[in-house]
Design a protein around this ligand. Sequence first.
Ligand SMILES: Nc1ncnc2c1ncn2[C@@H]1O[C@H](COP(=O)(O)OP(=O)(O)OP(=O)(O)O)[C@@H](O)[C@H]1O
Length: 515
Amino acid sequence: MLFAEVARVSREVARTSARSRKTELLAEFFRAAQPQPQDAPIAIAYLAGRLPQGRLGIGWAALRDRAEPAAEPSLTVRAVDAALTEVGAVSGQGAQAGRRALLQDLFGAATAPEQEYLLGLLTGEVRQGALDAAAVEGLAAATGARPADVRRAVMLAGALEPVAQALLDRGPQALAGFALTVGRPLLPMLAGAAKSVEEAVVRLGACAVEEKLDGIRVQVHRDGEQVRIFTRTLEDVTARLPEIVAVVSALPAERFVLDGEVLALDADGRPRPFQETAGRVGSRVDVATAAAALPVHPVFFDVLSVDGRDLLDLPYAERHASLAALVPAELRVRGVLVADPGDEQEMRTAENFFAATLARGHEGVVVKSTGSPYAAGRRGASWLKVKPVHTLDLVVLAVEWGHGRRTGKLSNLHLGARADDGSFVMLGKTFKGLTDALLDWQTEQLLARAVSDDGHVVTVRPELVVEIAYDGVQTSPRYPAGMTLRFARVLRYREDKTPDQADTVESVRAVHTGG
Ligand SMILES: Nc1ncnc2c1ncn2[C@@H]1O[C@H](COP(=O)(O)OP(=O)(O)OP(=O)(O)O)[C@@H](O)[C@H]1O
């Protein structure tokens, strides 16, 4: 498959805002791609603005001077992929120059529109957040599969790419191969938000109100002796959490998949600050010493499979009965049940549980409909989180050099929310809430992602997600969405999130209009 073809479709998909037209364009594209299914994973990654190699760490300088463009397109997606793999592998002394030379060769083989597209891919500018959803529909239309079956396979596979390849290769029957497999992670179910416990309970009806623990989401798979632990982005962190492996190995079943949270606790059981847990899960170095100094504990809140039985489609209440049979109470999330939201006594119990959970130092509660299945990969309408502080996960688009005490540091962050087309819309700026350690960290991280610097504002690749607390959303003609955040302050960076998991402009607008 020609790279030029991907560039063309990407541009056309980005240009139309109609979802049905996007789907049509992608369906045509997949029909044409059918003879070479092995190219589909690379093409899909490019269309969504991802690189299969992940971040390549290519600085602006390496992209500034570009070779003369080729007259005719000849690059294949596989050739581009191979070249970028090679760029990523260059290390050691002279790596900068080596990378630059390889990039020059690649750009020299590309036509002008291909160069532009490559540059967009390398700088993160062609990121298309809504692409995966449209691609699922397009794939279904191209191959005659049911969209719901494709979506389920994607959740079970943890990504669209392998499903696309199998579908294009073998047709709809290939989807049966994507069952929940112990040892292979699936996308976790996510929660929507509600403003109060009462609102959540009224929206859901019969429900459970569970404590919301402020740690790191984990999906734990055990198959006999073999235990594997995955984060919400499906990164395998087993080697970093030996104490969790030990706990899971002692549970009384051979094969299962559990969903939960790990966190560091004080001697009296109160949660330690989130950064400490994140530091443990994020660090590969000297795991044994780190685990001894700051052990983390698992708290499980769901079970997706036990002894060969797939529980995803069972209602919460039944999954929880299985959870209780497998996991002792001290390793299980605490919660209360509400059978009838109209019952005042029950509503008071739920409110009291929320207050008691906050008093124990936790973040809030997650209210879950007891009749609902596990909607892997979805921001389910059947799980609603309730927190006392409003927070948003936003993407850093640019940053200003600091003054005075902050001279030489990158300080004032330009914050963006995700738009429908995968671009980011600036909602405001903040330099509040930053500790000295965070300032140092962000200066280094943001410089590594710089694409331009005019001496005042450094524009960066939109890759870092930061959690912002704010007091409200107010109208402001100064920002493109016509609104900005009141008293925005940095709580922490969310390295466990990617930009396409950031909050959307739409959700911020809903807060603004009280929707
Ligand atoms: N009892 C619980 N049930 C489900 N999730 C929980 C629970 N306790 C803590 N969590 C955590 O809460 C997360 C959802 O709420 P949070 O406000 O952290 O959202 P987020 O991580 O910013 O984004 P997202 O909603 O995308 O997960 C889950 O991913 C999980 O890590």
